[in-house]
Write a protein that binds this ligand. Structure first.
Ligand SMILES: [Mn+2]
Length: 324
């Protein structure tokens, strides 16, 4: 018998910044079959309007996620005892053609949904959330528009950039509302701040009924007040959770493309994510971690930690195993 030879991943198909080490040091099955939650990377930042680099996010979040232990120190939840969780790798997405990339990302998430698993994704820039939402919507056609919990310093509801470009990381939630995927009256945006292009930049979002919590209100309310407002806006119907790492203050998460000073802290972020327990979450992501701008892996570690918090928050809704 000849020995089996192995080839490196084909770099013309899977870009060299994609591929794995694995999230949370979990196994890396080829598909989501049999999983409850599929951790998945989306190494694409072609929607970035200023400083690119988030395409490198999944790999560095995987690296830093090796610091995560099994259990949550507050809830006691060990997600791996309650749910089948694994890292299904990166979605195969080429970095050149934006419209093709959106289709590739949607197809990758659709395969996870078809296997019956809930996607927990790591971007990539914030445009990657749009094809994730499209796939979730098509996977459950009778469900109706989703709610959205968005941690972010930007609303990402602008109309177009540099002429008539509709698809950038500043527009995904406007497109998702237009496409009927999101119910704007069940969207809450937490941590919005920073200089704007125009004084009425958020007018469209507010006119749709989006609840914008500017950072000033977030700080005045504190995590408990924000959590109460999230539950009031989202209610008991299904929702998606998207965590843009630039919602956190750049002193604690500098590795991102569009930092805005004056944000909430990592601790406040953790408290708010834990408060999502009880929501009917059908998918979630952490986006905009940009390793080229990072310092000592701090932002990737923050992204990995938020990913773990999301995982534990979702798992808290499932029964704990019986103890002997
Ligand atoms: Mn964003």
């Amino acid at each position: 018998m000849p020995r089996p030879f192995f080839e490196p991943l084909d770099a013309s198909r899977v870009p060299r910044f994609a591929g794995q080490p694995s999230f949370m040091r979990l196994p890396t099955p080829a598909s989501a079959a049999g999983l409850d939650i599929a951790l998945v990377g989306i190494p694409f930042d072609g929607g970035t309007t200023n400083r690119p680099g988030a395409r490198h996010g999944p790999r560095e979040v995987r690296n830093q996620s090796s610091l995560m232990r099994r259990g949550h120190h507050v809830s006691g939840v060990i997600p791996y005892e309650r749910l089948a969780v694994a890292d299904v790798g990166d979605i195969e997405v080429q970095p050149i053609d934006l419209m093709q990339a959106l289709d590739q990302i949607e197809a990758g998430i659709a395969a996870i949904c078809a296997a019956g698993a809930l996607p927990l994704a790591v971007g990539g820039d914030h445009l990657t959330t749009l094809p994730v939402l499209r796939a979730l919507s098509k996977a459950s056609p009778g469900r109706g528009p989703l709610g959205l919990v968005q941690f972010d310093s930007h609303s990402d509801t602008n109309d177009r950039y540099f002429g008539d470009n509709l698809y950038t990381h500043g527009t995904p939630f406007r497109r998702a509302i237009e496409e009927g995927i999101l119910d704007p009256k069940r969207i809450i945006q937490i941590g919005i701040r920073g200089s704007v292009y125009a004084a009425d930049e958020h007018l469209w979002a507010k006119d749709q009924g989006i609840r914008i919590l500017y950072i000033e209100e977030v700080m005045d309310l504190g995590p408990e007040g924000v959590i109460a407002e999230i539950h009031r806006v989202i209610g008991s119907a299904p929702c998606y959770v998207t965590f843009d790492i630039d919602g956190i203050d750049p002193s604690q998460a500098p590795g991102t493309g569009t930092p805005e000073v004056g944000g909430f802290s990592t601790h406040q972020a953790q408290r708010m994510v834990r408060g999502l327990a009880g929501l009917q979450i059908c998918g979630a992501d952490v986006v905009e971690v940009s390793p080229p701008f990072d310092i000592g892996g701090l932002t990737a570690l923050t992204g990995a930690t938020i990913l773990f918090e999301l995982l534990c928050t979702i798992a808290a809704g499932y029964p704990a195993p019986a103890r002997p």
